[in-house]
Write a protein that binds this ligand. Structure first.
Ligand SMILES: [Zn+2]
Length: 105
């Protein structure tokens, strides 16, 4: 069952996260890629020990050009624990793909 382990082992260690967002004003969708090893800032706790990671990412769609700001927090294993966005809404990869299809005339 070596091939099985290869298949699943690799998917879990993806070094990046894809963030999909829908603009709250015009409804256009945007996709951005966050590198979990290069893009994140370190967050320390009161005792100056590693508490986790975070990133603030600015996105802009190509329809109304309004700026959206996403703030994501990760634990020490770089797993996503919270996400907030102003000016838009976080959507799933499926919703993003669907919206892209209808946007292209
Ligand atoms: Zn927009």
């Amino acid at each position: 069952m070596q091939w099985l382990r290869r298949l699943f082992g690799r998917a879990e260690e993806a070094p990046f996260l894809l963030l999909h967002v829908r603009c709250a004003r015009c409804g256009a969708v945007v996709q951005t890629r966050i590198n979990l090893y290069n893009d994140l800032s370190v967050e320390y706790d009161d005792r100056e020990e590693l508490a986790g990671y975070w990133i603030r990412k600015e996105l802009m769609d190509d329809r109304c050009f309004r700026l959206m700001t996403a703030e994501l927090r990760f634990d020490r294993q770089r797993r996503l624990i919270s996400q907030e966005i102003t000016g838009g809404q976080i959507i799933t990869a499926e919703e993003y793909a669907q919206a892209r299809q209808t946007q292209q005339r």
